[in-house]
Design a protein around this ligand. Structure first.
Ligand code: COA
Ligand code: AMP
Length: 646
């Protein structure tokens, strides 16, 4: 932990802090709220009568951008680096100070205001990992607009679904992203998405990158650089707008159990309080230190720990436009840690599996100065003990698994090294953070004893930082999360808690799969498969993958009378998913089969299919209509080399 955190938290234990929260749940967060600059500070912690389960800091007002930038400049951090933009794909390393970032953000915010964006309006951001994307998020926060960042690996149709739900007045985009050697033009995808969407934005601000020139639509698209420099020359800057702590800061769409994504709402006040608390107590990072989250701003991990938490905390955040391997090699992470003096890295286990695969002996660590590196945090999927142990041995720092979801915005469970380092139990993200009272419930909602597997649920209310609701969808929020086990938030993660209170998260209870730390709905993929004219019925399952954790595998039954060869349809289906959902789905395996295994009542037995594909022991479900179908599935999989022999 940092020297400052060590001093502040000296003599305190996780147990003290957690029981302190349990004894005074509202007082705890009012105290934590002191880390934030408020326009008017909270006098009440919680209002249980508003929103689906209550709202945090109901009487407070604030501005998130002020806390991320202005206050640090005012406190003398203007010349400290806020963002280190490290982009091996463009050969760029740029240090941007808090002062420069404030100037950029305030100017961009003025441009947004000129484009008609005001408090409460939504702004979609479809951009790669460039500093302008961070500025875009903060500029929205500055004027009280609600941003909705869409990950670049999604296809036009997914972007269109988000545009229709968020109804943005303005979209901010870049001409392209860069995937290792491949330039991915974003503008054609944006134009296609706007054509597909029912809602049409009034204007788009487009950042032209030298790698691809976007064609501009007359009367709708404006050039980013020109607009910002014109505003700068005119000396235009937008001040921070005062918003209610409960006003939305952003909407981030995540996979739900259908093709329609869920718009996770994040508020301003609770979000800041929770993130500030976590930087200090969980990550143990001090203001001024270098914190690196290797993710993408399109995911929640990027929102919280590339942009908001490090900046609110006054740390320096690395914005890395590259991959763990291939940019240029599996030593990239060690290079970044050494070059920028990173103290804490946060990424997904899949990144370390990728590094381990290419450099199992860790030869590329040699010669790198990792002396300032203190901890590696992993999340996004279960951290498999092999990878954790390999990383621990290689870098000699604690490797900390921690568990969270887009919905929660910050970790539910972790090892709070800013307070004390608890013993690691491999396979467990350690213990619940304050704010999270976890239970393991059976299907009837009855608590299960220690060690027994069930659904992980959290007692309501959720802590600050977690979603108060879904965008324009209170009822969907209740149905998805709080009415399954009344009085609780259902995480849809299966797991157990051991005798020592350590949490184990084993997998989802719904149709969500985790592909390279990216969350995807197999239901959404099935919707895409079913739209192929030759497909009568289909099932998509996640199958084990040594690198990505899971990858999707789609089974299709073709309509009778289809003349196309099954192999042709399989190829078309792979292309269809890439076009409909995007390359991020990593959907590469479609298998045409004669029939699908079903129960007598017609339910597809996906769970057993998954066990067969993963090479796990399985038993014949008593309800199966025809047991012979599983043989057919097993041989269709075997013909494709599944399960893979390790
Ligand atoms: N824009 C456009 N396309 C994108 C994209 C983006 N922002 N991000 C990914 N893609 C594409 C990739 O190019 C790839 O396309 P391909 O099928 O043509 O090769 C596809 O989407 C799948 O991407 P990804 O899952 O990232 O796989 P990969 O093989 O390129 O890389 C890893 C694998 C493990 C190296 C990579 O997933 C990784 O670095 N993950 C760890 C960090 C992380 O991002 N975690 C997420 C949440 S914490
Ligand atoms: P996302 O919303 O994309 O962050 O994905 C959330 C899901 O990822 C969770 O519901 C879990 O299934 C999984 N997940 C995230 N972190 C962990 C972890 N540390 N251990 C196990 N599963 C995890």
């Amino acid at each position: 932990m940092s020297v400052q955190a060590a001093a502040r938290n000296a003599g305190r234990s996780y147990g003290d802090i957690y029981s302190g929260w349990k004894n005074d749940r509202e007082g705890f967060w009012l105290e934590a709220a002191k880390a934030i600059d408020w326009v008017s500070p909270p006098r009440r912690a919680f209002d249980r009568d508003s929103g689906p389960y209550g709202r945090w800091f109901p009487d407070a007002t604030c501005n998130t951008c002020h806390n991320a930038l202005d206050r640090h400049v005012a406190a003398g951090r203007g010349n400290q680096t806020a963002i280190i933009y490290d982009s091996p794909v463009t050969g760029t390393v740029r240090h941007i100070t808090y002062g420069e970032m404030l100037d950029e953000v305030a100017t961009l915010a003025a441009v947004l205001k000129d484009m008609g964006v005001s408090k409460g309006d939504r702004v979609v951001i479809y951009m790669p990992m460039v500093p302008e994307a961070v500025a875009a998020m903060l500029a929205c926060a500055r004027i009280g607009a609600v941003h909705s960042v869409v990950f670049g690996g999604f296809a036009a149709k997914e972007l269109a679904a988000r545009i229709d739900d968020a109804q943005p007045g303005v979209i901010l985009a870049a001409s392209c992203g860069i995937e290792v050697q491949r330039v991915v033009p974003y503008k054609p995808l944006l134009d296609e998405a706007i054509a597909l969407a029912t809602h049409k934005p009034k204007a788009c601000l487009v950042l032209q990158r030298p790698q691809a020139q976007a064609t501009m639509v007359e009367g709708r698209d404006r050039d980013w650089a020109q607009a910002v420099s014109a505003a700068r020359e005119a000396g235009r800057k937008a001040p921070c707008e005062t918003v209610a702590a409960t006003d939305p800061l952003y909407v981030l769409y995540t996979s739900g159990t259908t093709g329609k994504p869920k718009g996770v709402v994040r508020d301003n006040g609770g979000h800041m309080v929770a993130l500030a608390w976590s930087m200090d107590h969980l990550y143990g990072v001090a203001p001024g230190e270098v914190f690196w989250t290797a993710s993408d701003i399109g995911w929640v991990v990027g929102h919280s720990y590339i942009v908001y938490a490090p900046l609110i905390h006054g740390a320096t955040s690395v914005l890395y436009e590259g991959k763990p391997v291939g940019t240029p090699d599996a030593g990239a992470y060690w290079r970044v840690i050494a070059q920028h003096g990173v103290v804490t890295l946060f990424t997904a286990p899949t990144a370390f599996r990728a590094i381990k695969k290419e450099d199992p002996e860790g030869r590329l660590v040699a010669g790198r100065d990792l002396s300032r590196f203190r901890a590696l945090f992993l999340a996004g999927e279960r951290a498999d003990p092999d990878t954790v142990m390999w990383a621990e041995k290689l870098v000699g720092v604690p490797v900390i698994d921690h568990w969270w979801q887009t919905e929660t915005g910050w970790p539910i469970a972790g090892n709070p090294i800013g307070v004390e380092r608890l013993p690691v139990k491999y396979g467990s993200p350690t213990v619940p953070m304050p704010g999270w009272e976890l239970k393991v419930l059976d299907e009837q909602g009855r608590p299960l004893p220690a060690g027994e597997m069930g659904t992980l649920a959290a007692t309501l209310p959720l802590p600050p930082g977690a979603l108060p609701t879904l965008w324009n969808a209170d009822q969907r929020f209740r149905e998805s999360y709080t009415s399954i086990f009344p009085g609780h938030y259902c995480t849809s993660d299966a797991g157990y808690i051991d005798e020592d209170g350590y949490v184990y998260v084993m997998g989802r209870t719904d149709d969500i799969i985790n592909v390279a730390g990216h969350r995807l709905s197999t239901g959404g993929m099935e919707e895409a498969l079913s739209s192929h004219p030759a497909v009568a019925e289909c099932a998509v399952i996640g199958i084990a993958d040594a690198l990505k954790g899971e990858v999707p595998c789609g089974f299709v039954v073709l309509k009778s009378g289809v003349s196309a060869a099954p192999e042709t349809v399989e190829k078309e289906i792979v292309t269809l998913v890439r076009d409909r959902i995007g390359p991020v789905a990593a959907f590469k395996l479609a298998i045409a089969v004669r029939r699908l295994p079903k129960t007598r009542s017609g339910k597809i037995l996906r769970g057993t299919m998954k066990k067969i594909a993963d090479g796990q022991a399985w038993t014949m479900p008593a309800t199966v209509e025809d047991p012979a179908v599983f043989e057919e599935i097993a041989s269709a999989l075997a013909a494709r080399g599944v399960p893979a022999r390790s």
